[in-house]
Ligand binder design. Structure first.
Ligand SMILES: Cc1cc2nc3c(=O)[nH]c(=O)nc-3n(C[C@H](O)[C@H](O)[C@H](O)COP(=O)(O)OP(=O)(O)OC[C@H]3O[C@@H](n4cnc5c(N)ncnc54)[C@H](O)[C@@H]3O)c2cc1C
Length: 331
């Protein structure tokens, strides 16, 4: 039984079924998840996982031909010719969902507790349901219930900064911005701040020019306490734990951040941030666990480790965990 039906949970479910297990995925959300993500840098682990299962490389994402670095005046000061594939969370989720049987993916199933004995694990869900299994795989992300039950002392720690993020449709970009950013993975490393951007597939996985999205991520220091609470308070006054989604960030905070962008970022990035309709915010956390395997349960993906996003490693690591798990002699 896999708890969590995002990228880590799906990869674990797919790999375990291929290894002969009758893996089922239990996901707490009722709705479809695919429209909710932004950019993901495709690392070799993810690419091999998809290609080994007959996904065509050109269908995985959008190629960036080089990395380029801007200085504060917007001049390109360094170019590294390095081809890299960029994708979206939604496109990756769609590819993985297609590899996992629909009837084994259960929605609206929020794990609240589990216990195990000699014969197996009993998992209990928020709606009152109960399921038995031989092995429980906790792929339930940053705020994992599985981890809380197995390792109560292991909690994510605030890293001292947030990521402001945004998406702009390629076809809506000003031509001057399109010229600077298209086909490139672009960075600006400023004082105490960093911003990057790259093209990803469109909202429904579109790969055609014009329909893709320019995805930007801007790391910004926010003090813990009142500062962080303010950023995490949405337009309805609700305080979130670790992200405020598109359309929910307070308008005054968006305007303030856009004004800061105009002051501290190179002109092209400042204009890109200003052009973005509904930027959103994610808090950066650190987490590592002392162990991942426990008798009849284990932790994979973000439930176990959260690498900083600069490493672009979370999804690759979740997929690598899934592959390693399926290759392990279990029980
Ligand atoms: C909707 C969504 C959009 C994302 N977009 C991006 C993105 O644009 N860029 C990026 O780099 N990363 C994104 N991520 C995070 C990315 O998927 C992970 O960092 C990485 O791939 C590791 O995935 P994971 O499956 O371990 O964790 P996660 O992707 O966090 O998935 C955890 C899953 O477990 C489910 N869950 C949580 N608690 C329970 C419970 N008690 N019972 C049952 N299910 C539970 C959650 O609903 C979620 O689907 C996104 C995650 C989600 C869920």
């Amino acid at each position: 039984m896999v708890i969590g039906g995002s990228l880590g949970g799906l990869a674990a479910g797919i790999a375990l079924r291929e290894a002969g297990w009758e893996a089922e995925v239990f996901e707490r959300s009722w709705g479809e998840l695919e429209g909710r993500g932004a950019g993901i840098v495709v690392q070799p682990e993810l690419l091999s996982f998809l290609e080994e299962r007959r996904t065509v490389r050109s269908e995985v994402g959008v190629p960036a031909e080089a990395r380029q670095y801007l200085d504060p005046d917007g001049r390109v000061v360094r170019v590294e010719r390095r081809r890299q594939l960029m994708t979206s969370w939604g496109k990756t989720y769609t590819h993985l969902r297609a590899l996992f049987p629909e009837e084994c993916y259960h929605r609206g199933k929020e794990l609240v507790e589990f216990e195990w004995g000699g014969d197996g694990v009993v998992a209990r869900f928020g709606n009152g349901g109960e399921e038995e299994c031989d092995l429980l795989v906790g792929a339930d992300g940053t705020h994992s219930v599985c981890r809380r039950l197995l390792l109560p002392a292991a909690v994510p720690e605030y890293a001292g900064y947030v990521a402001w993020r945004g998406l702009v449709r390629e076809g809506d970009l000003e031509p001057s911005l399109e010229r600077i950013f298209s086909r490139k993975f672009t960075f600006f490393l400023g004082e105490n701040t960093q911003i990057l951007c790259y093209l990803i597939p469109g909202p429904s996985g579109e790969l055609a020019e014009g329909e893709r999205l320019l995805n930007w991520v801007w790391y910004w220091n926010v003090p813990e306490g009142d500062g962080l609470r303010e950023v995490l308070t949405d337009s309805d006054g609700k305080i979130h734990d670790y992200s405020v989604s598109q359309g929910r960030v307070r308008g005054d905070l968006v305007e303030r951040q856009k004004a800061i962008a105009g002051e501290v970022l190179p002109d092209a990035f400042g204009r890109l941030v200003a052009e973005t309709d509904e930027p959103f915010v994610q808090v950066i956390h650190d987490l590592s666990v002392p162990r991942m395997a426990f008798d009849r349960a284990c932790l994979v993906g973000d439930a176990a480790f959260i690498p900083r996003p600069h490493t672009a490693a979370s999804t690759a690591k979740a997929v690598a965990n899934a592959t390693a798990l399926a290759g392990t002699e279990l029980l």
